[in-house]
Design a protein around this ligand. Sequence first.
Ligand code: SF4
Length: 300
Amino acid sequence: MDNITIAPICGLCAGCKNAIKCATDAIKKNSNVFLFKEIVHNENVNSHLKSLGIGIKHSLDEFNLGDTIIIRAHGEPPETYEYLNRHNISYIDCTCVNVKQIHDFVNKYSANGFTNIIIGKYGRNNSKMHPEIAGTIGWSKTPVILIETEEDCEKLRDAKNQKFYLTCQTTFNENNAKNLIQKIELLLSKNNNELVVNFSVCGAGKAINLSSSELAKKVDLMLVVGSKTSSNTTELYNNLSKICKTIFIDNTENWKELVEKENITLTKEIKIGITAGASTDPEELKNLKNKIEGEICQTI
Ligand code: SF4
């Protein structure tokens, strides 16, 4: 059926794909394999890994000798590695190469007299700090200035004769990051400050957004598959909602109810686009497409 299209670029980013592959490869060779915290914000991916026998641990004191710990793509602060090494616990480091590079720079610049500025979701207004930020902060040898909104930029207003290194959470919204950087550049251009900018927002989210937006322009209805706890999926949903009717499918088992709740009756005339953020397995989208096709065929 060609009225249902999956966005050409969508689903798990390279970093998360790699972490999932490492975990599934590891469980074939070892019995006590554990993720250190959720690998992605996606229930289906996490329960699939659980069904393979891969456990999950949430804090360092849960680790035991004989475990194999999978460090997810978001990365970890140095304390985690120190703990694992000190206790001889084996681990597979799946920190995404892009995140690893940020850690290295943050570490190097802070050792050379720069103050690190990190743009990202750090837990403003009681929201949770993004785990990537928590990991990156740990690599700085000196206190970090965290910026999430324009208001936060005021933290830099009185800076004088200082050197700053700026980096971004890889999954932070690109436009918001650019606006914040402009503001920071303006503030720091006075008083003899120095600013080095590493625009480290990852292209994965942007590519998904572009591909999905193009598709949204050609269809009547977009279905965004993923968890509501995933910030990039929520952002994708918000963007696509501005282009066409969009439904958030946070549980593909309930897709029919979610569509019906919006008073939409699926027919073979309705053009449907399916997409997902960087934490959803593309297999889930294929399965959803098949289910919808089956349903439409039944009603014809
Ligand atoms: S979003 Fe990009 S930088 Fe972040 S883990 Fe995925 S591939 Fe790596």
